[in-house]
Structure formats: C-alpha cells, structure tokens
Write a protein that binds this ligand. Structure first.
Ligand code: GLA
Length: 389
C-alpha cells in the first residue's frame, strides 16, 4: 500500500479518538501538473499525474444526525449537523469535507451523521493539490459509507463545487480528475471539454522533482479568479470576431489570436495567449512522448514556464529562480510552474539516474539566492484514489 505509515497512524488515532474501528477508509493522492497550465477551465488539454503523497479519510456512521470531523495532523475536532452543512470561517480545512459531503447528500439523502478523521503527507500550500486530495478521499469514503455511488467525473465535479462554493476558488477540474485517474508510472492526459482522460506511459527514463519554494503571494485565489475572468472575456471577444463557434479559448488557435486579438486590452490578450499556447504544447508533447522524445517534451515545459512568466504573469521570483537554476543542471530536461502559480512548487523533469544530484544542486542554487533552501522531493507518478477498507 502507498503511504502505509500514514494509514497506520490514522487508524491508530481514529481508534484512540472515537473508541472504535473506522468502517471505511479511502485514499486520494495529490497531483503534479506536467504540461498545460490554466487550460482546464478553458476546455483545453493537460498532462498531469497523481503522486506518491496523499491523504486518507476514515469514517463510520454515527448514531445521530451530528457529524464529528477531526483533522488528524492537529487532532482538532469540529462538529456539524447533516441538516446544516454550511461553510465555516474558522478551521477552514473542514470546508473541503463539508462541501464534498453536501455534494454527495444532494445525490442521495443520508440517514445519519458520521465520525470522520483524515491524515495525509502532502505538503500544504505547495501546489500539490492537498485540498483536492482531501475532497476525493472524503468523497470516496463517505460515498462508500452511505452507499452513494458516483462516477469519476461526477465525484470530481462535486469536489470542484466544494472549491467554488465553500472555498471561493473558481478552479477547473484538473486537480480532482488527476487524483482520481492517476496510475503508477503514467501521466494522465485529459481533454477538459469532453472530460475524457487516458493514461500515457512515461517510460523508465523519466522522473520528476517537485521544488516547493514555500512562497505564497497575497491574494492567491483572487489572482486565480481574475485570470479566469480575463480568459472568459477574451473568449467572448473571439466568439464575436471569428466566423466559427467559440465556446472557450480551446476554440481559438495561435494564428487566430495573432490576427484577431485587436480590440482586446493588451493584458487580456496576453492572458488568453497562455492557455492557447499551452493547448498547442500539450498536443505537441503527446506526439513527442509517443516518439520517446523526452528532451523535446522537456523543452516544451521550459516554454510553458516562459509563457506563464511573460504572458499569464502567474509566476514569481522564487519559481523563476528554480526554473533558471534547473536549466543549468546536467540531466534536467524541463521545468515549469505546476498548478495555479503565484508561489508554490515547480516541477522538474529529470532522468532517474540524475534525480538525487539534480535535487541537491537545485536546493543549493536556491539557498545561494534566497538564504534558505527550497524543499525538493522526488515524485513518482502513482496510483489514483481508491477505497482502502
Ligand atoms: C489549480 C486549479 C486547477 C488548474 C490549475 C492551473 O491547480 O485548481 O483547476 O486550473 O491551477 O492549471
């Protein structure tokens, strides 16, 4: 089992806290975003992977309508009633579970509350989607507990709605789909229009480093939402000037952007160019992966970061420093922002034989610049979310 020690600690704490065994336990991993940035809500394409860090959720039915929920890392308990699952302004970690539970109860009413506890090892706020992992393991565990069967895409949408309504971030579906659909050693390639995903072999010559800068720049959710609004504004513009239907930026090519961006404010036009270029890079990347050209795929990752830095402006000094340092390290094939941006982590593509030396070189280069090292972990694409017990 992946992360067995976390599972054992959770079950032990659950027993000590609730005085019984959990009836169900489910697991969901975090994710890395490998290529395709801010394309999901523009109905485009993304390469991602579930990772070897994740969260477990243990639960049993309670004897009343009340729910007790414990964050296993803090051993802090909150309580709420099945009839009133509103967002909370304090202990905001509970909102991801509440939002997911509310989504499940909209599918089918539940007869009683639950005693739940979760514990994981995904570094929080690092851009590895710990919140989506929490939603997905809670969704699978509580779905199993109450016999509410939902398919992958429905569960992903329930998690996304929890983010929109309970956490205020108008995210796409990338984090939830990646957590659910991942497979060991494989990338997940998703078409966010049809919501069809496939897994793609990485080959043994590649692994990833995740460099957590710990940078968290102000107004992360506000900046994310404003980027999304700019993309929607640009899509509406292209819909009005192009002769074919435009529902989202997915429908606009780079050539059309060049010819028809006139009339858009420069910043909005630049924002739109990022997901449009990313879609082209993901499709090109799929061809390169199929041909076994990892170096070519990595070069697209560097291009993706440059597009984030210059056009979408969702990078920051710390992430740029990681990517710049990565370019000079032997064995590194590509590096870029992973996820929303504005801080968090960068993902680096490297040959497994170079992983340890490249990780040390990156941490040192970062420390030389900022006085503290960034955290570098070797990531292997791992199995997606599943019920464990
Ligand atoms: C965050 C969001 C995702 C996606 C990425 C950027 O991770 O939650 O939906 O938009 O940013 O690609």
């Amino acid at each position: 089992m992946v992360n067995r020690t976390v599972y054992d600690a959770l079950v032990k704490n659950y027993r000590a806290h609730f005085g019984r065994e959990p009836e169900v336990v489910a697991y969901a991993p975090g994710r890395i975003e490998v290529l395709g940035n801010h394309t999901d809500y523009n109905e485009g394409f993304v390469f991602s992977a579930a990772i070897n860090f994740g969260t477990f959720f243990a639960a049993s039915k309670s004897a009343s309508a009340s729910c007790r929920l414990v964050a296993g890392d803090l051993m802090k308990e909150v309580a709420f009633d099945v009839a009133g699952i509103g967002a909370s302004k304090t202990d905001t970690w509970q909102n991801y579970v509440k939002g997911t539970f509310a989504g499940l109860t909209a599918v089918k009413a539940v007869p009683c509350g639950f005693d739940g506890m979760f514990l994981g090892n995904i570094p929080l706020g690092s851009g590895l989607s710990s919140s989506a992992a929490l939603e997905m393991c809670a969704g699978l565990a509580l779905g199993k507990l109450y016999g509410i069967g939902v398919d992958t895409v429905t569960l992903a949408k329930i998690g996304q709605k929890a983010e929109h309504v309970y956490a205020g971030c108008k995210c796409g579906l990338l984090d939830q789909i990646s957590s659910l659909a991942g497979q060991a050693g494989k990338l997940v390639k998703t078409d966010f229009r049809s919501l069809v995903y496939e897994t793609v072999e990485m080959g043994g010559d590649a692994c990833f480093l995740m460099c957590n800068t710990h940078a968290k720049h102000a107004l992360v959710d506000g900046a994310y939402n404003s980027r999304r609004e700019a993309c929607e504004q640009a899509a509406a513009h292209f819909a009005s000037v192009l002769r074919h239907p435009v529902h989202a930026l997915r429908d606009v090519s780079m050539a059309e952007w060049v010819l028809y961006k006139r009339g858009l404010p420069e910043t909005v036009a630049n924002r739109a160019a990022h997901p449009i270029g990313e879609d082209e890079r993901v499709l090109k990347g799929a061809e390169l992966l199929a041909a076994g050209d990892l170096a070519g795929f990595g070069a697209l990752m560097f291009d993706s970061h440059e597009s984030s830095r210059v056009l979408f402006e969702n990078s920051c000094e710390e992430l740029d420093a990681v990517v710049d340092a990565a370019k000079k390290i032997p064995g590194v094939m590509g590096a870029r922002i992973s996820g929303g941006g504005f801080g968090g982590s960068a993902v680096v593509l490297v040959h497994p034989r170079d992983a340890e030396t490249a990780a040390a070189a990156l941490a040192n280069a970062y420390a030389a610049r900022f006085g503290v090292p960034c955290d570098v972990s070797v990531i292997t694409p791992a199995a997606g979310a599943h019920v464990v017990k």
